[in-house]
Design a protein around this ligand. Sequence first.
Ligand code: GLC
Length: 723
Amino acid sequence: MSEVYRDPSLSASERTIDLLSRMTIEEKVGQMCQLDLSHDPKIWIKERNIGSYLNVKWKDTQVLQKMALETRLGIPLIFGVDAVHGHCFHDGATVFPSQLAMSCSWNPELLEEVARITAREVIHTGFHWTFAPILCIGRDPRWGRISETFGEDPFLIGNLASAMVRGYQGKSLSDPESILACPKHFVAYGETIGGRDSAEAEVSRRKLRSIFLPPFKAVVDTGCDSIMAGYHSIDGTPCSANSWLLKDLLKKEWGFKGFVLTDWANINWLHEMQYIAPTLADAAEIALLAGNDMMMSTPEFYNIIIKMIKEGHIDEKVIDDACSRILNVKFRLGLFEQKGLLTSDSKVIGCLKHKKKALEAALQSLVLLKNDNDLLPLKENIGKIAVLGPNADNSIAQLGDWSFGKVLNWPPQDSDIVDGHKDNTVTILDGIKKRVKDPSSILYVKGCDVLNPEDQDIQKAVQAAMEANVAIVVVGDSYSLNGERKDRASLDLTGAQHKLLDSIKRTETPLIVVLINGKPLTIPWIAENADAILEAWNPGNEGGNAVAAVLFGDFNPSGKLTISFPRHIGQLPVYYNQMPGWHGGKYVDMDAEPLFPFGYGLSYTSFQYSNLRCSTTELQKHEVLTVSIDIKNTGNHEGTEIVQLYVNDKYSSVTTPIKELKGFSSVNLHPGEEKCVNLVLPISSLSLINSEGVECVEPGEFEILVGGSSRDNDLLKKSIFVH
Ligand code: GLC
């Protein structure tokens, strides 16, 4: 009689109970370990029954899984991978724009499709689990990992992250092309002091509930089944040591039934970097008891915990709960029915259909920041074009963080990257050359390096600009200026980029700046002196085609910033949803306004907002308000506008932001066309966390603000009253 747990007709919980009852302590603790392939599978699979390997290669997944299925109980491995904006660690896979780039589309449906395609490419290479989406709130651009975020607003992050979880996990985890999502890094990882990676976040529990937890609650309600804890500490307690966060709140209050994964060697850092555990054994015990269920890259955990259980120091029930959570997900994913095995459908990886979606995502990610005298779109007969700058033909800078599975050192510099996507990446230069009728009309000069101020060829670039009718200068930052452990004290352009730009400006050739960058940069000179500016972020391997399509008007840009650009580093924080109370409201030596605000983005056409109205102005807390506004395309191009709805709680028992995003909707209009846009606002969404830590909607006046950016002069305003 085959064992109950092998019967796919039974429920995951029935199968889990049966399997757990058959397991030894060693096998249970083995399931709670996740390692990379620097740890011998002959030991870790055959002898220790490890639960997961991460970031291996496709061929490894097939070999390792067969090894696991031959063990005593045949418990399959779950393979995890950082497929953050496509299955980028797999050479030839579709590389989508970064999360920050895609967030500027404000398009949840698009991001769900991107996640679905990523899941398809992941499962067809034998993996089952992506360590994504990232829900960190990007409020300090000095932090190295801003490009991984969906920007600075918790409401938008919750929307976009939930869409990607739906895309990754599909309607059911057992669907053949569904993979497990892993929202991360739980919680407030982007809020560490000074933008310093994995340092301390000075955030109260009330502020966590007000700002940082809501996006995670959204994905837990959507139905994610794993969550990764952050490296950092919050108010003195590292996330992986925080039982209030992982057990009381996540598992008990929210009813999370999935499992919690530590981040890389988080247990070791408790001892080696945060000094809350005098020994590694203490750290392992603290992490286990705090509610972590699977431990990434701490092999010592295995022997330490087995010893503690056998000595009666730790109750076996603790590992039963953790192991059950892991097994339950493995059953629901379909791993015991060999999901992810023998899938060698390489036609899926990087296929034309996926590339088309990558182009669509890149197009919607681009943000037009300036366009003086309608310089853009370029005329077909523009003649000679100088394409200049260090990021014009640079696939590594263009693809950005989490795009390369093979790096020679950690944290990797540009020179450490093995670029497995080069042949599939359309650089900005490639895209422009493909788009123009006569490629010989393109004069390309790199001009300078992003980092090395000495490495420059500016005179040749000036010469090209003087011969051309327009100069497109592609600048920004580089792979080595973004990512884990790569925080910046300055956001100024590096290397000789400013010297290049200034030299090109002096030629008086019309100057278009295209930005290829992982985060907002302090670019007041560009804002002042460029005739046009297109923010392209890290636009993925179709980025060159997307930029060319916008520059020549094949696509009318519709992206809106999801993160504010500071004018100067000293202005930080400049995120739009500031708390009130600043006496003077500005620095003596600088305005408080950001260079470019949250929600801002231009179009080749213009939109007029009018006739803001509310379905009623008096409401009870359980009611729903409908906000309506008329929008007219007053220009000459068809275009899409992202309408934004903000709310200001006029008077409240605790300080609340001067405005908060509570809704958005895209509308496409032909020239002269006018439409009414309706936005639904549940009054329950106007809640706050009061000084007792209780969530409530307080009666009183709320300002409803609707428009095309978060800037006051872009918003129409009405008041409603809640009783
Ligand atoms: C890294 C990152 C995390 C990633 C993990 C596995 O250190 O913090 O986001 O998923 O390790 O690569």
